[in-house]
Design a protein around this ligand. Sequence first.
Ligand code: NAP
Ligand code: F7E
Length: 323
Amino acid sequence: MKKALITGVTGQDGAYLAELLLGKGYEVYGFFPRRSTDTRWRLQELGIADSIRMVEGDLTDPASVLQAVIKTQPDEMYNLGAQSFVGTSWNQPLFTAHVDGLGVTACLEAIRNVSPSTRFYQASTSEMFGSIQEAHQSETTPFYPRSPYGVAKLYGHWITVNYRESFRLHASSGILFNHESPLRGIEFVTRKVTDAAARIKLGMQDEVRLGNIDAKRDWGYAGDYVEAMWLMLQQEQPDDYVVATGVTTTVREMCRIAFEHVGLDYQAHVVIDPSYFRPAEVDILLGNPAKANRILGWRATTSLDELIAMMVEADLRRLSPSR
Ligand code: NAP
Ligand code: F7E
């Protein structure tokens, strides 16, 4: 039985990846930081909370990362743990750098020293492209991050490449574009909108306050994207891959889809609130997933319409369980 260690197992991607690996017969270990309340709601919604062996630790504490690797000796380690909200990264830039940047080195050092045959996945991001240098961003597009989050993740990406080249580790970096799901955190714009559309439909609120709705994102479904992570670690050679749909859509259009799903006009309910504007914006992202298609045989299978409908339906069910 293969063993996998997942940091960030209580997050959106961690939950779907754990579900995927359990389905493939893996023994799954979840590395998680101590919090004052139980953070396993996603694992509980998927019905897998009791199937994961939890290992306490924090990416900012290298000793705990090392202990986790010594204890579990995983065949595969997926580093998904992060301060992942771009907006917060301007308020907590050093914390973000510590977790999202140095935390990656803590993982790689642990593997290098005590388990060099462990295959490693790093959760890199399209935010590294930031102010885009090419219309379609691929593995060869130059980076230009626009937030402390993007800058920290760029360090994490390059240290992964560096450890692969320096120590011959099987370390791969997935440059994933935005991916969403019913398990998305409520602060991200898709889930904020699907939750609001459901609440407004149910008469629980009247409006939703948003920032820059002209921003464009390449949005896919998280359930599809965790498959790509796994596929990267099944390849003979480690490498870097862009994972995206190849379609970009404005936040405005995403709002239209969500509100239309419940028979409402978004224009009657969306209020622009400048407090949600960011100090520096990523105006547009559009990925080119050709390499992942060609080498991994991976492609996104869920359209934005299907994704948003799935999220609105899940929010309606949460808010009105008798539905
Ligand atoms: P998420 O839902 O915010 O989950 C992040 C996870 O990291 C949570 O389990 C969180 O635990 C954990 N974490 C935070 N600080 C930690 C620390 N110091 N030590 C250990 N764990 C810590 O994020 P996601 O959407 O699943 O994304 C997964 C990864 O992919 C992240 O690295 C993210 O930056 C990256 N990524 C995401 C996207 C996307 O569109 N979703 C795209 C590209 C890359 P708590 O909840 O207890 O804090
Ligand atoms: O913003 C605009 C906002 O916070 C998307 C993370 O998973 O994907 C995610 O980062 C866009 C931005 O995601 C609101 O300005 C307008 O242009 O949903 P978001 P993100 O910043 O793209 C990348 C790939 C990651 O790696 C990150 O971890 O929507 N926007 N109004 C808003 N955004 C939010 N959150 N809230 C608003 O009210």
